[in-house]
Design a protein. Structure first.
Length: 178
């Protein structure tokens, strides 16, 4: 296996992991909680989801052949809280990820050597992928942080629970040493 093939496998796995954190967070939230914002300058989970979805659809539709900032995208609208139901929020989330993950899965080793354009700026394909990794992971982190604030003691952790690091490490060692 070449390094390019390894990279494509690894990056797909990492993005899927980021998506799953978001999925698990959205599943814990009640509809009203998805619209909570700390103040007027802050974004709710619903708004962040709408923005991430809009970004994914714009960037990853015709990824290799058209500018990633599509004329049909209305980025400013992405920051208006207009997805009123949990179903609409999850639908937008899933649609963006579907467009993105399908495009990512379609990339070939030779595609990684090419370039794409975003807002007129030419980027290497790997650079564009890594740029989106940082962007999407940042926003999923925001979604998780907001959810933890809103849920309080009802939050179900997505990682190792506090005070259980040693037990978790021992369990993982047991699994991997079998």
């Amino acid at each position: 296996m070449t390094i390019a093939q390894t990279y494509l496998q690894v990056v797909q796995k990492r993005f899927q992991s980021v998506k799953e954190l978001g999925d698990k967070t959205l599943a814990q939230m009640e509809e009203a909680q998805l619209h909570w914002a700390y103040n007027e300058e802050s974004n709710s989970i619903a708004v962040i989801v709408k923005h991430v979805s809009g970004n994914m659809i714009s960037r990853w539709t015709d990824f290799l052949t058209t500018d990633g900032e599509k004329p049909t995208r209305n980025r400013d609208d992405e920051f208006e809280d207009s997805l009123h139901t949990k179903e609409a929020i999850i639908s937008a989330w899933d649609k963006g990820w579907q467009v993105f993950l399908e495009t990512l899965a379609s990339l070939t080793e030779s595609d990684l050597q090419g370039h794409v354009t975003i807002r007129g700026e030419q980027l290497g394909v790997i650079d564009a992928i890594e740029r989106q990794m940082a962007h999407y992971a940042q926003h999923v982190g925001q979604i998780i942080y907001i959810a933890k604030q809103v849920k309080g003691s009802d939050w179900q952790t997505l990682s190792i629970p506090k005070g259980q690091s040693q037990a978790f490490t021992e369990a993982m060692l047991d699994i991997h040493q079998r």
